[in-house]
Design a protein around this ligand. Structure first.
Ligand SMILES: *Cc1c(COP(=O)(O)O)cnc(C)c1O
Ligand code: SF4
Length: 333
């Protein structure tokens, strides 16, 4: 690992701006001698995070515009995000919510606000699915998590709970019997496991994932396309196969959101599309994620295929993305 923050002024400046955390499981994987180590790049603060580009946004996917009460982001009629905390066990250097997640005001939602958010879910009969996100919901205390899941179980129109998490791989010991017992009592639970490189699958992490799968939870993947981490067909193919080998069905490959100080992770959209084409045929159909972008401004996610994406502009980095309602949005790189 690099020098401690107090001995390294650049690192100190970065961590004064954006939170830093890494679990022992991930710290052991970092190869400090390799500046392009795919694990180190994800978690070790970098001076380039202080370089802010004109097109980068504090709220890149427009969560604020769709937040009726604190702890809820309601963008689509049938599903919403419940964010019961803004704390993570690791802080990804490319995090799309980095201005709130791990920020100075980050915390667990106080009980009264959590109850107001759950009241909102109860008041909206169209909400079929509740997605726990944040922050990482699986670091909530077991008591708080079971309170949330038990409350959701008693809301008849909520049929599905989805949990977005990095915990099974970054903190495998957390997936213990007590947590599994809480998940057992919940509505059908889908767990979307976030990982960006096959090396994140340690033996302990694979065992934690197996405990979730053995319990009957449905496992999906989430990956962010990142420069030097997974921007080759070999790295992506190996990652997707590793998901499938661990009973995790590849779901989304996210085009990187334009959060501040993340330009060094950006892979051009044309390159992302070429990688997706190269994956097709090279690895099993089971290993194919959907390449997706969140349209800046809060217009939701669109697949980056020809149905939703057009060149359209005068330059090569000038795109037009159609949202799920059919509206077109200019997207410039
Ligand atoms: C990403 C997201 C979802 C989930 O979208 P899916 O395409 O169903 O995975 C739901 N609500 C909000 C606000 C989101 O940002
Ligand atoms: S796990 Fe998700 S929310 Fe947490 S720091 Fe990483 S990208 Fe952000």
């Amino acid at each position: 690992m690099a020098a401690r923050a107090s001995e390294d002024p650049i690192r100190e400046a970065v961590t004064a701006r954006y939170a830093e955390a890494i679990t022992p499981t991930m710290a052991r994987l970092v190869d400090g001698s390799d500046p392009r180590d795919p694990i180190g790049l994800q978690f070790v603060p970098d001076a380039r995070e202080l370089e802010r580009r004109a097109d980068e946004l504090d709220d890149p996917i427009g969560d604020d515009a769709h937040s009726p009460v604190e702890g809820i982001v309601h963008r689509y009629p049938d599903r919403l995000l419940l964010t019961p905390l803004t704390v993570c066990p690791v802080y990804c250097r490319f995090c799309f919510r980095r201005e709130t997640v791990g920020g100075p005001a980050s915390s667990v939602l106080p009980q009264a606000k959590l109850d107001a958010a759950l009241d909102y879910v109860r008041s909206r009969p169209d909400v079929w699915e509740v997605i726990l996100s944040g922050g990482d919901p699986l670091i909530l205390s077991t008591r708080r998590l079971s309170y949330i899941l038990d409350t959701l179980r008693r809301i008849p129109h909520v049929k599905i709970v989805r949990i977005h998490t990095r915990v099974p791989l970054v903190d495998p010991a957390r997936i213990d019997d007590e947590l599994l017992a809480v998940l057992d009592r919940a509505k059908p639970v889908y767990v979307a496991v976030h990982a960006n490189h096959a090396r994140e699958f340690t033996d302990a992490g694979c065992a934690a994932v197996a405990r979730l799968a053995d319990r009957g939870l449905v496992l999906l993947s989430q990956t962010v396309l990142l420069r030097h981490v997974n921007d080759s067909v070999e790295a992506l193919g190996e990652l997707m196969r590793t998901f499938v080998e661990n009973r995790i069905k590849p779901y989304y490959l996210h085009h990187l959101d334009k959060a501040p100080g993340t330009a060094h992770f950006r892979v051009p959209l044309a390159e992302g599309k070429a990688l997706m084409s190269a994956l097709r045929g090279r690895v099993s159909g089971l290993c194919q994620p959907t390449y997706i972008a969140d349209i800046p401004g809060g217009h939701g996610k669109s697949p980056l295929n020809d149905d939703y994406l057009a060149g359209g502009g005068p330059g090569p980095g000038d795109w037009q993305i159609t949202d799920y309602q059919g509206h077109k949005h200019r997207y410039r790189e």
